[in-house]
Design a protein around this ligand. Sequence first.
Ligand SMILES: Cc1cc2nc3c(=O)[nH]c(=O)nc-3n(C[C@H](O)[C@H](O)[C@H](O)COP(=O)(O)OP(=O)(O)OC[C@H]3O[C@@H](n4cnc5c(N)ncnc54)[C@H](O)[C@@H]3O)c2cc1C
Length: 344
Amino acid sequence: MKDFVIIGAAQAGLSMAYFLKQKQKDFLIIDREEVIGASWLNRWDSLKLFTPTEFNHLIGMPFPAPKGHYPDKYEVASYFKDYVETFQFPIQLNTLAEHIEKQGDHFIIKTSQQDILSKHVIIATGPFHIPYTPQFHNKISESICQVHSNYYKTPDQLQEGPTLVVGGGDSGFQILDEISKNTSETTYFSGSTDIRTLPQEILGKTLWWWFTITGFLSFSKNSWLGKKISQSKQPIIGTDVKSIIKRDNVNVVGHTLDAETECIITATKKLTDVKNIVWATGYKPNFEWIKDLELAKDGYPKHHRGISTTEGLYFIGLPWLHTRGSATLGGIKKDAAYLANRIL
Ligand SMILES: Cc1cc2nc3c(=O)[nH]c(=O)nc-3n(C[C@H](O)[C@H](O)[C@H](O)COP(=O)(O)OP(=O)(O)OC[C@H]3O[C@@H](n4cnc5c(N)ncnc54)[C@H](O)[C@@H]3O)c2cc1C
């Protein structure tokens, strides 16, 4: 029987591990993937972080790059690997947690490898779970290549011909940018263009510097300002949306409403020449594998700063676990420190 099991070996899980190790606690981290940093490596190849080095430091070991540098996904994965080696965390990879159930004063974690018993379980499985695509995607002909942004890697994955990118968040616009730059074919954009954008730098300082000094990253989700920010549409950071949608081969078509085999129906047009669709349409949470967990209306667990209503069960890395900074590399240490203090 372990004292603590952490499920998920990315920034949230590793930050919790740091504090447990400091206190010489008996713990094990498990992760379903074969390598450390897989959640970043699985994202698209050209991904650059929107946070510069100085906002990517995990607790106890700085991110190894100069100030002002925007790392790519490989640098993040390599940082995590070095972090694990430096602190010598006990990790079991290739281990998917399939079911968790409380029995008396401990949990039984059924995994793809073995059952693990633990007095406490810390869920650090990330903010994003099931890639979401609208139901009508099932009606679309197999001759059209469909990929969710979760599985999009490079434009080489796509067939020749026009591509429709659906979704006007950070991922949607970054993918639209990459695809439309790499082809002379039409690239349709479906989503709202009525969005706020923020540049990477303002008056010679990074956006995240401004976020920090204004306290933007630290407003609690229960405060008046925190509520306003968390419920409002997030601005697009560091992508020049206006210039992308003005490109000759970019065609803005409004929201995608329905589809019939080879015809995609949008708010402004019926598209009959689309050969590829990239769905940058977000994710749905999935906690069904945790028995008797109390969920809030949004599908995320009920908790206070990561402390669940099930005794002995904790969460870290959820969106707005406490503040806007909660689901960021630089912000996770505050939540981990708080949770570790409360647990220990
Ligand atoms: C496209 C994109 C760009 C982003 N850019 C930035 C940025 O520039 N700066 C920034 O600070 N933040 C950024 N974020 C936000 C955030 O930092 C990341 O989402 C980050 O990956 C979240 O870390 P995490 O540890 O909470 O979860 P994840 O990175 O999702 O890791 C979860 C881990 O849990 C494992 N796991 C999941 N389920 C199970 C299971 N059942 N059993 C065992 N293991 C499991 C996974 O394999 C994974 O290793 C970005 C997010 C996205 C999607």
